[in-house]
Design a protein around this ligand. Structure first.
Ligand code: PMM
Length: 289
């Protein structure tokens, strides 16, 4: 498994897809909004995710669902800091899901070991210069614009080629900022300025992203395109809490293809899928745990 440089050694020795468990400390995220606003509840949830098999717990303080408005920086910091600190104190590896350098810096000071920026450094002009001064892995996701307008930007002629070209532009900016590309994980940004057909095309062609030579992360968990796929006869989408079996199938297929990490709500299902897919891929059980 190709890992990004700067990953804690215990994670960097794993020869399988990593599972990132999601803790959104927000009132308005689509799957878990409002559940973990209380820091103690968020920490307890993150610890439970880790016990259930999350290799990393990804903590975010700002919802990025389509149409969401931005939260101010002070509130975002106040939401994430005690949660990151509490998880780190419990021995849980933490990544910080933010588009702001200052928030990421607060999280790193509290012990976070990775930065996950859904804008790939595009939303905050200080993100890349700051990242050049630290030495942690950095997830660069494909992003076309803020949540308030992202649905209007879901226009593609060839979604796979365009996502790859736009990711390569971000990688060039990352390199120009002085960040070693061996630290970078790329992510197609499932659901971000993408309709269902775009998401499925990107998953179908995930091998083309993997061929770019960077670790690839995927965040498909419980997203709207899964709800649409599993809609009932009346055309009503499958409720958010009933999308985990399909999410698990995506994890299994991603792990079989060699995706580096999956960002999910239901950690235990994804860990089982990773174990089975790794054993299938290797032709033996060794290295699956
Ligand atoms: N999706 C969400 C938030 N952060 N980070 C990465 N790297 N990739 C994603 O697809 C991604 C992300 C939105 O989902 P959520 O509301 O369940 O957190």
């Amino acid at each position: 498994m190709l890992h990004p440089r700067g990953l804690p050694p215990t994670l960097a020795r794993l020869q399988r897809t990593l599972v990132l468990g999601i803790v959104n400390v927000t009132p308005d995220s689509f799957a878990d909004g409002g559940l973990w606003l209380d820091p103690a509840a968020a920490v307890a949830h993150g610890i439970a995710l880790h016990r259930n098999g999350a290799d990393i717990v990804d903590v975010g303080g700002e919802s990025t669902r389509p149409g969401a408005m931005r939260v101010d920086m002070g509130s975002e910091c106040a939401r994430i800091e005690p949660v990151v600190a509490g998880l780190v104190a419990a021995g849980v590896p933490v990544s910080i899901d933010t588009m702001r350098a200052e928030v990421a810096a607060v999280a790193l000071n509290a012990g976070a070991c990775m930065v996950n920026d859904v804008s790939g450094g595009a939303a905050d002009p200080t993100m890349l210069p700051w990242l050049a001064t630290v030495d942690v892995p950095f997830i660069v996701m494909h992003w076309r614009g803020p949540s308030a307008v992202m649905s209007e930007l879901a226009v593609y002629t060839d979604v796979v080629a365009e996502v790859i070209a736009e990711l390569q532009q971000r990688l060039a900016a990352v390199k120009t900022a002085g960040i070693d590309l061996s630290r970078v994980v790329i992510d197609p940004g499932i659901g971000f300025s993408k309709e269902a057909e775009h998401n499925w095309a990107l998953l179908h062609h995930i091998d083309r992203l993997i061929q770019l030579g960077h670790p690839v992360a995927l965040g498909a968990s419980r997203k709207r395109f899964i709800g649409a796929l599993l809609a009932n006869a009346a055309g009503e989408p499958r409720p958010v809490q009933q999308r985990d079996y399909a999410t698990d199938a995506i994890t299994a297929l991603a792990a079989a293809q060699g995706v580096w990490g999956v960002r999910v709500h239901d950690v235990s299902g994804s860990r089982d899928c990773v174990a089975a897919a790794t054993a299938w891929r290797n032709g033996e059980a060794h290295g699956s745990s």
